[in-house]
Design a protein around this ligand. Structure first.
Ligand SMILES: *Cc1c(COP(=O)(O)O)cnc(C)c1O
Length: 430
C-alpha cells in the first residue's frame, strides 16, 4: 500500500463485496457511520427464510425480523421476484403520475381494513412519515378551540419532529425541543383518564393498539371501544398506529380487529409501515370515510418516493404471500406455541402480546445480557428494557424453529444472569 501523501485524507475503501471479517467491517463502520445506533452487534451479509449469516460465517435464527419488518423472512422468492420484475418494468415515477401497483395496493389495504366507501390511502416510505401525515391530519381537524392531541405514556410513534412530539420517551424528545405543540401524554391503559381528558378541545387521540417499543403492551380490553365512543362524542379523530402491530403480525390483519373489539372499533385513520413491504421501505396512512379523507386537500401534503411502483409492488407481493400461505393463522398458532413454551421457562415472569409480536419479562435486569447470550447461541431478539425481551420474527417461522429457541432459552437466561451479576459486581452501570 502506498503512503498517503502528506495532508491527504484518502481512506482506502475496499469493494463492499470483499471478504472482510466482522471486526474489520465494524472498524470501518465506526469510521463512517453516525453513531446513533451504538456499535452494531454483528455485520450481516446474507439471509434465507428465518436465518441470517454474519461476515464471519455464523448463522442466526432471526426472531426479530428487522423489528417486525421481514414478514416473509429473508430473500422470499415471491417478494424478490416482484421487486426485480417491477424495477425492470417501471421503477419510479413522479406523483404527477400514478401506476397500477400503487392503485392496487391502496385498494387492497382499504379492503383489509374494512374501510367504508370514501376511505383513502396516502403512501410514505417509513413509519415516521406515516405519523407525520397523521399529525397533519389531526391539525386539519383543529380550530382555535380544538388543538389538543392526546397520546399515551410509553408511546413510540417515530423520530421525525411531529412523530417525536407524539412519542413519550424523554430521552428521545428532550434533545430536540421545542417540538410541535399541543400533545399531551395520558397514563397507559387508563380508560377513566382518557374519558376525563377528551372534550371538545381535542383534535385527535393517537394510540398503538399494542405498544411495541414499550415492551409489547396491548391496550386493555375495552380501551379501544371506549376511545372510539369518547372521540365520536367530541368530534376528535381516533388515529391508530399499527406500524408495528399491523399487517398480520398479531394474527389479525390489524391488531384493532382482534375479536373482543370487533364491532366497536373502526378508526378515523391508521398508520402502517414495518411489515407492509416485507422489508422494502414503505408506509401508509389510511383514512376512513369521506369526511376524514377530505381533511387534507390538494397541495397540502406530498412526497417524492412515497407510493412508488417498486415499493407498492413489494406491498402487494407481501400481502399476497401472507394470504396464499395462510400466514396469519400460522402466526397465531406459532405465537401460541411460543407463549406456552415461554411460560415453562424458569425466570420468565410475564408474557404479553399475540401472534408473532411477543414481549416477555425476566426476573432481573439482565435482559440486555440475554440478547448477547442469545446471539452467541445463534438467536436474534432484542430487549426493550432492562427486564423485557421482544420477539417479532418472520411470520413464516416454523414451529420447530420456535422450538429450537425455547430449548436454548433456559441456558441463555442462565448465562445472562451470571454475566449480569458479574458486571453489576464490578460496579458497571446497569
Ligand atoms: C417503528 C415504529 C414507528 C416508526 O417507524 P419508522 O419506519 O422507524 O419511522 C412508528 N410507530 C410505531 C408503533 C413503530 O413501532
Amino acid at each position: 500500500m502506498e503512503e498517503p501523501a502528506a495532508g491527504g485524507a484518502l481512506i482506502e475503501a475496499p469493494a463492499a463485496g470483499s471478504a472482510l471479517s466482522g471486526a474489520e467491517w465494524l472498524s470501518r463502520y465506526t469510521g463512517s457511520l453516525m453513531g446513533v445506533f451504538g456499535t452494531p452487534q454483528r455485520v450481516l451479509v446474507r439471509g434465507d427464510g428465518c436465518y441470517v449469516w454474519d461476515a464471519d460465517g455464523n448463522r442466526y435464527l432471526d426472531l426479530l425480523g428487522g423489528i417486525a419488518v421481514n414478514a416473509l423472512g429473508h430473500a422470499h422468492p415471491a417478494l424478490t421476484s416482484a421487486v426485480s420484475h417491477q424495477s425492470a418494468t417501471l421503477g419510479h415515477v413522479s406523483n404527477f403520475f400514478t401506476s397500477p401497483p400503487q392503485i392496487a395496493l391502496a385498494e387492497k389495504l382499504l379492503s383489509l381494513a374494512k374501510a367504508p366507501p370514501g376511505s383513502k390511502v396516502f403512501f410514505t416510505n417509513s413509519g415516521t412519515e406515516a405519523l407525520e401525515a397523521a399529525f397533519k391530519l389531526a391539525r386539519r381537524n383543529s380550530s382555535r378551540t380544538r388543538s389538543r392531541i392526546l397520546a399515551l405514556e410509553g408511546a413510540f410513534h417515530g423520530r421525525t419532529m411531529g412523530a417525536l412530539a407524539l412519542t413519550s420517551k424523554p430521552a428521545y424528545r428532550e434533545p430536540f425541543e421545542p417540538l410541535p405543540g399541543g400533545v399531551e401524554h395520558l397514563p397507559f391503559g387508563d380508560i377513566d383518564a382518557l374519558i376525563a381528558a377528551v372534550d371538545d378541545t381535542v383534535a385527535a387521540v393517537v394510540l398503538e393498539p399494542v405498544q411495541g417499543e414499550a415492551g409489547v403492551r396491548p391496550l386493555p380490553p375495552g380501551y379501544l371501544s371506549a376511545a372510539r365512543e369518547v372521540t365520536n362524542r367530541h368530534g376528535a379523530l381516533l388515529i391508530l398506529d399499527e406500524v408495528q402491530s399491523g399487517m398480520g403480525r398479531t394474527g389479525e390483519w390489524f391488531a384493532h380487529q382482534a375479536d373482543g373489539d370487533k364491532d366497536a372499533v373502526l378508526p378515523d385513520a391508521m398508520t402502517l409501515a414495518k411489515g407492509l413491504g416485507g422489508g422494502f421501505p414503505i408506509g401508509a396512512l389510511v383514512t376512513f370515510g369521506d369526511t376524514v379523507s377530505s381533511l387534507i386537500t390538494v397541495g397540502q401534503h406530498g412526497t417524492t418516493f412515497g407510493g412508488n411502483p417498486v415499493a407498492t409492488a413489494a406491498g402487494l407481493a407481501t400481502i399476497d404471500a401472507l394470504e396464499t400461505g395462510g400466514l396469519l393463522q400460522h402466526a397465531a398458532a406459532v405465537g401460541s406455541y411460543l407463549r406456552e413454551g415461554l411460560a415453562q421457562v424458569p425466570g420468565v415472569t410475564a408474557i404479553r402480546g399475540s401472534g408473532l409480536l411477543l414481549g416477555f419479562d425476566v426476573d432481573g435486569g439482565y435482559a440486555p445480557s440475554a440478547v448477547t447470550a442469545a446471539l452467541a447461541a445463534g438467536f436474534i431478539l432484542n430487549s426493550t428494557g432492562p427486564r423485557t425481551l421482544r420477539l417479532a420474527p418472520p411470520l413464516i417461522l416454523a414451529e420447530d424453529q420456535a422450538g429450537s429457541f425455547l430449548s436454548a432459552l433456559p441456558a441463555v437466561l442462565e448465562t445472562a444472569r451470571t454475566a449480569f451479576s458479574e458486571t453489576s459486581a464490578q460496579g458497571a452501570p446497569l
